[in-house]
Design a protein around this ligand. Structure first.
Ligand code: SF4
Length: 341
């Protein structure tokens, strides 16, 4: 892994218009992604975590330009993706691939696995049928399946095998970046570990960079080098994985972690519970959008939007609890919430 950024995202926004009436007049916007910035270094895995509706999948789709951003920039490997023509973007998609949550929905049920895996090769100009077939067989073996599976159809595979096929399809064009959107959420827990291990092995073998999107901090823990936590379209905390799990700073991250079982019996943590449901993104709360559910809410929280600020090297948080607070006060707060017992 290097510290050279492969992807730099700045001020990314996606606002969906809310229309009403016969004339479909725009009466407001759903701010699905609202001013999100982050980077991913070559060879690393960035986990993006948050509840459903927080904007993590919309962010993933904008990086592939499956959705056009309302505002913001996405620089991939030195190229500004938002400025590329559709033809240039088609060529660039060779280097950025996506693995989806539901492999069954993303694999055409009428096509054989050979045809499904050959398609990306055809699109990117591999003309020789023999070469395509060889590559399909090679990648089936790489993801733990066999060449004889090539003639079968998606319904003839288990969920875990289908996700292996989804991963093989993403690998066919030798990409640099894979955006995996909840790739194991639909699988049994026992199969999840196998697919995660496979993804880690492939990362080493092919020097891949991953963005791993999940709703559960437990799933991304072992695969991510860094983790970004999103809430209602905003990034509220970003840190190296170890730092985030050892001392989460944002109350929302603390609440998400309270829901994750801790394997260390010597580690005691005070639990932070979420109050209420995620607010309507078409009508988000003022100030800190988390204030309607936050157990530490202060007066300022409903009035002023907290900015994502780096508190320690590589650890940023958007929360007024840490504004103009001394290091000692911060340590006291961490100590009380996440104490080694
Ligand atoms: Fe809670 Fe206020 Fe921090 Fe928001 S800014 S997370 S409401 S303490």
């Amino acid at each position: 892994m290097t510290t050279k950024p492969l992807l730099k995202v700045k001020g990314l926004k996606k606002y969906f218009p809310v229309k009403k009436g016969l004339l479909a007049k725009t009466v407001g916007y759903v701010k699905a992604v609202d001013d999100v910035s982050f980077h991913v270094n070559e060879g690393e895995t960035l986990g993006i975590v948050g509840e459903s509706g927080c904007g993590k999948s919309t962010t993933g789709r904008m990086l592939m330009r499956l959705l056009d951003p309302t505002e913001g920039t996405v620089e991939f490997d030195g190229k500004e993706l938002t400025a590329l023509s559709s033809e240039e973007m088609r060529k660039t998609r060779r280097d950025i691939q996506m693995v989806f949550q539901d492999p069954y929905a993303s694999l055409n049920p009428r096509h054989t696995i050979e045809r499904i895996l050959s398609e990306p090769l055809l699109v990117h100009g591999v003309k020789s049928a023999k070469e395509r077939k060889e590559k399909v067989h090679q990648f089936l073996e790489i993801v733990g399946l066999s060449a004889y599976h090539a003639k079968r159809y998606p319904h003839q595979f288990s969920g875990g095998q289908r996700q292996r096929i989804g991963i093989a399809r993403a690998l066919m064009t030798n990409p640099k970046l894979i955006i995996a959107d909840e790739p194991v959420s639909a699988l049994d827990v026992s199969i999840q570990a196998q697919v995660l291990n496979l993804m880690q092995d492939l990362q080493q073998e092919f020097n891949l960079t991953y963005i791993f999107i999940a709703h559960d901090l437990g799933v991304v823990r072992h695969i991510s080098d860094r983790v970004g936590v999103m809430y209602l379209g905003k990034m509220v905390e970003v840190a190296e994985s170890e730092a985030l799990y050892a001392k989460p700073l944002h109350p929302y991250t603390q609440a998400l972690l309270s829901a994750v079982p801790v394997p260390d019996p010597n580690f005691s943590k005070e639990e932070v519970f979420l109050e209420g449901d995620m607010p309507n993104p078409a009508n988000p709360p003022t100030g800190c959008t988390f204030h309607t559910r936050c157990p530490f809410k202060m007066d300022i929280c409903s009035q002023v939007v907290p900015q994502l600020t780096e508190l320690e090297e590589g650890h940023s948080v958007a929360c007024h609890l840490y504004n103009e607070t001394s290091d000692n006060d911060i340590k006291k707060m961490e100590g009380s919430l996440y104490a080694k017992g």
